[in-house]
Ligand binder design. Structure first.
Ligand SMILES: Cc1cc2nc3c(=O)[nH]c(=O)nc-3n(C[C@H](O)[C@H](O)[C@H](O)COP(=O)(O)OP(=O)(O)OC[C@H]3O[C@@H](n4cnc5c(N)ncnc54)[C@H](O)[C@@H]3O)c2cc1C
Length: 293
């Protein structure tokens, strides 16, 4: 691995100025789980690593005066999984975080690093999109807030400007009133990363679905919100027949990736199965998945 300088700014402004000064030769480092792999494999060779670990603004999980859940970018997956505030405000987020990768990665990797790397085979982006969450970005110039949908631009591409860092994630108050279910599918038990994941946030009003937000992740370049399926579900009583129809529609609506881990066709079929499982959990259905066991 190439030698590098390790810089430890204490403020967002200082970090931003260092990023502007060193340009493409610099990289932000948080937990280092993704970045160090890239450096060891010589895909990245920064001359300056800018650690954000000392910046207090990026720490903590709390609720603000308007009832939004604020999750500092340096929160590790394990912090989110264990947080009493997250469990109370957005239980589906805690449920998701508890399933990320393995204990080593959950204890080291941060949610900010996860979002900034924009690797498609990950869990938090889709779940946060289903919760209608926002990302707060900061630089020496200003702060700005983007929806997750605007923040994630494409395969490994985000809306971050070169001198910006992610400060925090914000989950709106109405998430606390909704129910959620999160399901991930791994290609093999030994693989940690999901091939498909599905996040559903909705109100189960005595079996009738209201205000559904359904997002498929890991099998598309960036998580995809399934608005046609949401429209089918909204205001309808969800039974096994409707769930099967919604799952088939979801499979048809996505634009799947195709790579060594799975063909587009396989991913499409697994999206159907995982959407069905997710609806079955949230609405307490007995289902026939229509696949050989
Ligand atoms: C073996 C393995 C299995 C994994 N399995 C899963 C899985 O199942 N599900 C899943 O979701 N993820 C999985 N991951 C990915 C893991 O969640 C991420 O690597 C981790 O969250 C990244 O966080 P980090 O703090 O280590 O980021 P780092 O490695 O420090 O940084 C990652 C990227 O984000 C940038 N960055 C970091 N923080 C900021 C910030 N605040 N502002 C601006 N830029 C920033 C860095 O410059 C770098 O480009 C896995 C990773 C490994 C190594």
């Amino acid at each position: 691995m190439r030698e590098f300088d390790f810089l430890e700014p204490a403020t967002v402004q200082e970090a931003s100025r260092l990023l502007a000064e060193h340009g493409d030769d610099a990289r932000v480092i948080a937990g280092g789980t993704a970045l160090m792999l890239g450096m060891r494999q010589r895909m990245l060779a920064p001359t300056h690593l800018i650690s954000v670990a000392r910046i207090g603004r990026l720490r903590g999980i709390d609720i603000d005066a308007q009832g939004w859940l604020r999750i500092g970018a340096l929160s590790r997956h394990v912090d989110i999984a264990r947080s009493a505030l997250v469990r109370q405000h957005a239980p589906v987020l805690a449920e998701m975080a508890a399933q990320v990768a393995n204990p080593q990665v959950r204890n080291q990797g941060t949610v900010g690093g996860n979002l900034c790397y924009a690797d498609p085979s990950t869990d938090p982006p889709g779940c946060l999109m289903a919760l209608d969450a926002c990302v707060v970005l900061g630089s020496s110039r200003a702060e700005r807030t983007l929806s997750i949908e605007k923040f994630l631009v494409d395969y490994y591409v985000t809306a971050l400007e070169p001198d910006e860092i992610v400060l925090e994630i914000r989950v709106p108050p109405q998430a606390a009133l909704a129910q959620g279910a999160y399901t991930r599918f791994l290609r093999t038990a030994a693989e940690h990363r999901p091939l498909v994941n599905v996040a559903l946030v909705a109100h189960n009003d005595g079996g009738v679905c209201r205000q559904a937000r359904l997002v498929v992740g890991a099998s598309t370049p960036i998580p995809q919100r399934l608005r046609r399926v949401e429209a089918l579900l909204d205001g309808s009583r969800v039974d096994a027949r409707l769930a099967a129809q919604a799952a088939a529609m979801a499979a048809a609506e996505i634009t799947p990736l195709s790579d060594l881990r799975g063909s587009a066709e396989f991913r499409r079929d697994m999206v159907r199965v995982v959407v069905l499982r997710t609806l079955a959990r949230l609405f307490g259905l007995d289902i026939n998945e229509g696949v050989a066991a």
